[in-house]
Design a binder for this molecule. Structure first.
Ligand SMILES: C[S@@+](CC[C@H](N)C(=O)[O-])C[C@H]1O[C@@H](n2cnc3c(N)ncnc32)[C@H](O)[C@@H]1O
Length: 386
């Protein structure tokens, strides 16, 4: 059984969550770096990582990792990699993306053409061909360079993993599904506790929470590039992994998950997204202003992503809005609240210092995940909260 090095990019600041997910799947983690985790696994691990990991942006199969500061070094290093172990004679291969940070080589187009040339030379010699038709499966190559160190990999996922397939309708500033899932997993929320998102937009937090509660694997309803790599990942491994995921699903559960938003159109979108995700019966969506947020029960959770001033006009309204958020939080007895936002005056207007604050990068936008922790319910009450 061949063991591969698999590299999983994730959101900066959320590595610990993805690390735990990989560990829970039973694989050995070999490296944790900013925004990526490397682990070892066989062909089945490629299927399982793509289908089960909630916080991963994609699953990359590392073909090589080396230092290079000149194009000649780059060519030689790429030529030295065992491409024939992965790419068949009719495979279509190209560098889909090259990113370079603090490195001597940085021109994406030059890197792309040098890498392709070196791959053609290597594979040409192996298959005894000078020209490739490239009519078969796609093998997109991704290259990331940090301080002259290249990680060269094949992209097993294709479309980024945050595209689960359920979110067709979005709000103006939707949070990525992978980030929403990771943030939920970062909190102590469990499916027997109430969860409300008062700014739910397209429903991402409630939907991801319901999928976690019902054990629905995030990749169950989409395709992956590596499904076509039958030359070293037998189709049967994908079928078995889908079966494993389907066997785990339990939607016949009792949960209290709610999503509210002031905009009736996004509530409609959230409902139809939840339907596509197969969790609409587990979530109560309703149009409601955050000012009207109440709940008679204790020990619930708010996990939310309020407006953070994406548009200038909105910025002026933020102090009043965050003040309102602070007031409604105060009325929720013994609740825990978690707020992801890039609004710098969050604590000032909510009127309370967060118990914990974690820096998270939402793409290029720096945000904070503010954690206002409530008490744990007494043990005997824990089953009765819903
Ligand atoms: C940053 S977006 C949330 C995006 C959401 N997490 C998603 O993935 O689609 C903020 C949302 O807050 C809503 N909103 C703005 N003011 C509100 C208020 N006073 N009460 C409730 N919702 C409000 C907006 O309509 C918008 O959908």
């Amino acid at each position: 059984m061949k063991i591969f090095k698999l590299v999983v990019p994730c959101h900066f600041g959320l590595e610990a969550v993805v690390k735990r997910e990989i560990y829970d799947l039973g694989y050995e983690i070999t490296k944790v770096e900013d925004g990526k985790i490397t682990f070892e696994g066989d062909a089945e691990a490629i299927c399982r990582a793509n289908i089960f990991l909630r916080g991963a942006e994609r699953v990359l199969l590392q073909v090589g990792r080396f230092k290079a500061t000149t194009f000649e070094e780059l060519f030689n290093q790429i030529y030295a990699l065992p491409w024939e172990e992965f790419i068949p004679k009719d495979g279509k291969f190209w560098v889909k993306k090259a990113t370079s940070v603090k490195s001597k080589l940085f021109s994406a187009s030059d890197i792309q053409s040098i890498v392709k040339k070196a791959m053609v030379k290597r594979l040409g010699e192996y298959y005894d061909e000078s020209w490739f038709e490239e009519t078969g499966a796609e093998y997109p190559v991704r290259i990331s360079i940090l301080k002259d160190e290249f990680i060269v990999s094949l992209d097993t996922s294709g479309e980024a993993l945050h595209k689960r397939g359920y979110r067709v309708m979005t709000s103006k500033a939707p949070i990525r599904e992978t980030m929403a899932a990771s943030l939920i997993m970062l909190t102590p929320w469990k499916k027997d506790r109430i969860l409300i998102d008062p700014f739910c937009g397209s429903g991402t937090f409630p939907i991801e929470a319901a999928m976690i509660a019902a054990n629905i694997a995030p990749g169950l309803n989409r395709e992956f590039t590596a499904e076509k790599w039958t030359n070293f990942i037998p189709k049967k491994l994908w079928y078995e992994t889908v079966q494993e995921a389907e066997d785990m699903v339990d939607t016949d559960i009792e949960v209290d998950i709610q999503g509210y938003d002031i905009d009736p159109d996004v509530i409609k979108a959230a409902r139809s997204n939840a339907q596509r995700a197969g969790v609409d019966h587990l979530i109560h969506f309703q149009q409601r202003d955050v000012a009207d947020l109440r709940h008679p029960k204790k020990y619930g959770f708010v996990i939310t992503n309020p407006p953070y001033g994406e548009r200038i006009s909105e910025k002026e309204e933020l102090p009043a809005l965050y003040k309102t958020i602070g007031e409604v939080f105060k009325k929720l007895d013994c609740w825990s609240e978690f707020v992801i936002t890039s609004y710098e005056d969050t604590e000032r207007y909510i009127g309370r210092r967060a118990d914990k604050k974690r820096k998270i990068y939402n793409g290029m936008i720096k945000a904070n995940f503010y954690q206002f922790m409530g008490p744990k319910p007494p043990r005997r009450n824990r089953e009765k909260q819903i």
